[in-house]
Design a protein around this ligand. Structure first.
Ligand code: SAM
Ligand code: SF4
Length: 331
């Protein structure tokens, strides 16, 4: 059943949902999780595949055609390819993507591609084993690189590599990543560090901006050529002048892209969030499990979306960091 488009109170049409399939993770990235981890949700608090599929179906019937699975680490959710297969069958879902730390890709890449994931983002913060370990607290770079190879061997479509950019760390990473992007068929994207770390250690001066990163690359490679921005894109994408390789820069802090944001987020326990930085969220699991009809769920979703934040307030005085950190939201 096709429903009216989902539109927020600022006239933005919603087309994208990030679905967290678990809050658990096998890494402990410095900018995301504490070394000891976080208190995990009970298993029965997490939405089942059937519940997730119903909610995604409802959203898709309102025009939310792009679905990205994330977490926590989505590959630690048992049977993830089965969920992908279920979502692929949902009418209205046009694009299925996955964000992963890559640790379990060697095991799962072929099953995920076969099940229907179109696009993959693999997070890698350093191409040097000791520095990768320092950032993720896991000595796992070779395993993750084997995961990337497994994705290619499985015939995965578009594969991107994501690196969080931190001052005092990423300056040394950017040129090796630039070389990697030129030699290998992966677009590398740098993401500015956001105040969503569980340790609440973020400071504005820790953000290494996209402009600073580009200056380092351009000093070595000459001017980069910016590509036209796709609607709703989070990244500014640049080509090297000779055509070999692309770099993306996600600049939520220095150059926010809220104006045409078309995204929603669904946490692992079924809370609908209209912004990464939302201070309130809408529980869908309670009504779902209490027997709500699709029409009742649709009303809850439309009401929440109507109040979607115009923009985030990271750069404003009095900014309040949300209670949930990145892994508990679903980045
Ligand atoms: N575990 C998977 C992974 O790391 O790709 C998926 C979930 S993770 C929360 C999604 C993305 O958020 C990753 O690319 C990660 O690097 C990024 N991220 C986590 N904390 C962040 C922060 N404080 N600022 C910016 N990006 C962050
Ligand atoms: Fe885990 Fe991803 Fe957070 Fe790293 S960024 S701790 S891999 S959820």
């Amino acid at each position: 059943m096709q429903r009216d488009a989902l539109v927020d109170g600022h006239g933005r049409r919603i087309g994208d949902v990030r679905v967290s399939v678990t809050d658990r993770c096998n890494f402990r990235c410095q900018y995301c999780m504490p070394a000891e981890g976080l208190p995990w949700l009970d298993r029965d608090a997490v939405l089942t595949f059937e519940e997730l599929t119903r909610l995604v179906g409802l959203l898709a019937s309102m025009g939310v055609a792009n679905v990205r699975l994330t977490g926590g680490e989505p590959l630690v959710r048992r049977d993830l390819p089965r969920l992908v297969g279920m979502l692929r069958e949902v009418q209205g879902v046009e694009d299925l993507a996955l964000t992963t730390n890559g640790y379990l890709l060697e095991r799962d890449a072929a099953a995920l591609v076969d099940a229907g994931v179109h696009r993959f983002n693999v997070s890698i913060d350093s191409l040097q084993q000791d520095r990768f370990y320092a950032m993720t607290r896991r000595d796992a770079l070779p395993q993750v690189l084997r995961g990337l190879d497994a994705l290619r061997a499985a015939g995965a479509g578009r594969i991107k590599v994501n690196a969080v950019a931190l001052r005092g760390f990423t300056e040394q990473e950017v040129l090796p990543f630039a070389a990697f992007a030129r030699e290998r068929p992966f677009e590398v994207r740098f993401i500015e560090f956001m105040p969503l770390d569980a340790d609440r250690a973020w400071k504005p001066e820790d953000v290494l901006t996209g402009a600073e990163l580009r200056a380092i690359v351009e000093a070595e490679h000459g001017p980069l050529v910016e590509e036209e921005r796709e609607p709703h894109a989070t990244a500014r994408v640049f080509r090297f002048a000779d055509g070999a390789g692309r770099l993306g820069f996600v600049e939520p802090v220095s150059n926010p892209f809220c104006a045409d944001c078309d995204r929603l987020r669904l946490t692992a326990e079924g809370a609908l969030r209209t912004c990464l930085f939302s201070l309130r969220e809408t529980d869908l699991r309670g009504p779902l499990r209490a027997g709500a009809t699709d029409a009742e769920l649709e009303r809850l979703i439309r009401d929440a979306v109507w109040r979607k934040e115009l923009k985030h307030r990271v750069n404003d005085p009095g900014f309040v960091q949300p209670e949930r950190s990145m892994s508990a939201i679903g980045g």
